[in-house]
Design a protein around this ligand. Structure first.
Ligand SMILES: [Zn+2]
Length: 226
């Protein structure tokens, strides 16, 4: 078990291909945490991707369909660099307030936009504002989507202060946690170098949501973390 752990770390450090190094991290054996970023791609996303690349950290991005159509190259880069991508609807409505057909359209148009930009349709979605119910979950399953919520929200859009955002993440961090942030909040991007450095120091492996599920495929219509 120890040897396995050491091997994973050495692969990570020696610069194995993005997907490969992440696949070697076994969250059953090491302390994992998933950083997730909603509402992009936006103007500040490339700076965040630069930092994650430099630190060899993988994250999960829940993209808004109309923004993917505005900035398809950033969505493509996000996927190419080994991050996980999820659907965050096309126009960011509160889904439980919509008719069935409109929920299906919000999710479906985003599946199409992301597939067009990255070559692959997501298997996960996150409902805007965290507003969801059984009907939304059932409709999402018709697009083969699992729901991904979070264990801790930084409220970064409200804090808008890098030091406070860093403190919030460190307070919320826990093994197998899923932290909600926004790559569209400049202060979040500014806070990330310090956040990544401190989380690594505390022994966290920063992984995608699928990696956190320990290789199990997210099940359509189910909600994570359970
Ligand atoms: Zn959102």
């Amino acid at each position: 078990m120890l040897i396995h752990g050491l091997l994973s770390v050495s692969l990570l450090v020696s610069g194995a291909p993005a997907g490969a190094s992440q696949a070697k991290i076994d969250c059953a054996r090491v302390k994992c945490l998933a950083l997730t970023f909603d509402d992009g791609p936006g103007k500040t996303t490339p700076a965040l991707l630069d930092l994650l690349k430099k630190e060899r950290v993988k994250a999960t991005f829940f993209l808004v369909g109309n923004k993917v159509e505005e900035r398809p190259a950033i969505a493509r880069r996000t996927a190419r660099e080994g991050h996980a991508i999820g659907n965050h609807t096309y126009s960011h409505p509160s889904l439980p307030t919509l008719f069935d057909d409109d929920v299906l359209d919000e999710l479906g148009a985003t599946q199409e936009a992301i597939e067009k930009a990255t070559g692959r349709a997501p298997s996960m979605f996150r409902p805007p504002y965290g507003h969801t119910d059984d009907r939304v979950l059932h409709l999402a399953s018709q697009h083969d989507l699992a729901q991904v919520m979070w264990t801790g929200t930084t409220l970064d859009w409200d804090l808008r202060d890098a030091r406070k955002i860093k403190a919030a993440v460190l307070r919320l961090a826990k093994r197998d946690g899923v932290i909600l942030m926004h790559d569209t909040v400049p202060a979040t991007v500014k806070a990330m170098p310090g956040i990544v450095k401190e989380l690594k120091k505390r022994g966290y492996h920063l992984v995608t949501v699928p990696a956190l599920l320990r290789g199990k495929k997210p099940e359509p219509g189910a909600s994570y973390p359970s």
